[in-house]
Structures are given as structure tokens and as C-alpha cells.
Ligand binder design. Structure first.
Ligand code: MN
Length: 200
């Protein structure tokens, strides 16, 4: 069964001024669409055609680079759109807030560590907050890899992720990835992150 591009859960300009309309349009309609199209091309007529995206990612080490890269790209972007919201920002509450304090000392220290993971990722990749052995962890992955892949150095269940490819920020922030990472927190959908945390 072919994979399809999910619709954005808000308008292209909804995350302004933190993430600009043109970036969202190109990012969703061109980049994400290309991952979906290329994934479908790569699995067409192969046994991978009948697998779920999660099954493909769990075997990333033994599938073709085209399936790994585009399958990762499809999963990562579908996840990313959902953890952003025009009504986002602020702080997590309840159990998630407590788990963050336990793992990192404070919400601010968690943000600092997450931003450092994103800023220090050389080239393209992602920063992640996830659950590993019942505890929160922060890591980053290269390219379109993610922590669900068997090949990931840090295998966790992601609850929050940030795309640090230049295509995610270059139009507005140019080379200033750190400024984009700082602005990212203003649009984080903590309700969705909390849902992922509860399910992890
Ligand atoms: Mn991207």
C-alpha cells in the first residue's frame, strides 16, 4: 500500500513569526512530498511494499539506503508537524514536567541540552527527546535517521523532535541554527508531546 503525505494540521503561516510561511510551504509540499514519493518508488514491487513504516525503520540496517532515508524522512516529518502548534510554547505540566526535572534538573536545562544536541549535529539531522528504559533521554541522529531505527546509537521512543536540516530554517534564520532552535520552543505542542510520553 502506498504511503501518502499527511495534511498539515494548521495553515502554512500559523507558526509565524517563529517558523515562516514560505519555509513551511516548501518543507511540507516539496521536501516531505518527495520523501513520500521516493519511498513509494523504492518499495514498489518489493516485499517491503506490505510493511508498515515502523517495521521498515526497525530494520533500517538491512533495507536499501533509499528506503531508510525516505522512510525515515516520511516518519520524521509526519511526527514533526504534529508536535508543533500555533497554540504551542509554554511549559509541560504534570508527570512529564516531573520526569523532565528528574532527568535533567529543570525544564531550562533540558532545553539547553536539546539545543546543544541540535546545534552540534554536523550537517543535517534531528534532535530528539525520548523515553529510554523508562527515563527521558536526549540525542541526535544524522540525515533522516531516527531513534526507532535498529542502527540508531540512541534507541528511544521519541516524544519530541526538531528538524535541524538547513531546509527547516535557512530562509528565515540563514546560518543561525541556534536562533531557530531557540524559537522552536515557542511553537512546541506540549499537549501532543505529553500524549507521546503517556504512550511511551
Ligand atoms: Mn525537513
Amino acid at each position: 500500500m502506498a504511503f501518502t503525505l499527511p495534511a498539515l494540521p494548521y495553515s502554512y503561516d500559523a507558526l509565524e513569526p517563529h517558523i515562516d510561511k514560505e519555509t513551511m510551504q516548501i518543507h511540507h509540499d516539496k521536501h516531505h512530498q518527495a520523501y513520500v514519493d521516493n519511498l513509494n518508488k523504492a518499495i514498489a514491487g518489493t516485499p517491503n511494499e506490505n510493511k508498515t513504516l515502523e517495521e521498515l525503520l526497525a530494520n533500517a540496517g538491512s533495507i536499501s539506503p533509499a528506503v531508510r532515508n525516505n522512510g525515515g524522512g516520511h516518519w520524521n516529518h509526519s511526527f514533526f508537524w504534529e508536535i508543533l502548534s500555533p497554540d504551542g510554547g509554554g511549559k509541560p505540566e504534570g508527570k512529564l514536567a516531573k520526569a523532565i526535572d528528574n532527568a535533567f534538573g529543570s525544564f531550562d536545562e533540558m532545553k539547553e541540552k536539546f539545543n546543544a544536541a541540535g546545534a552540534s549535529r554536523f550537517g543535517s539531522g534531528w534532535a530528539w527527546l525520548g523515553v529510554l528504559n523508562g527515563k527521558l533521554a536526549i540525542c541526535s541522529t544524522p540525515n533522516q535517521d531516527n531513534p526507532l531505527m535498529d542502527v540508531a546509537e540512541c534507541k528511544c521512543k521519541p516524544i519530541l523532535g526538531c528538524d535541524v536540516w538547513e531546509h527547516a530554517y535557512y530562509l528565515k534564520y540563514q546560518n543561525k541554527r541556534a536562533d531557530y532552535l531557540k524559537a522552536f520552543w515557542n511553537v512546541v505542542n506540549w499537549k501532543k508531546v505529553d500524549e507521546h510520553f503517556e504512550n511511551a
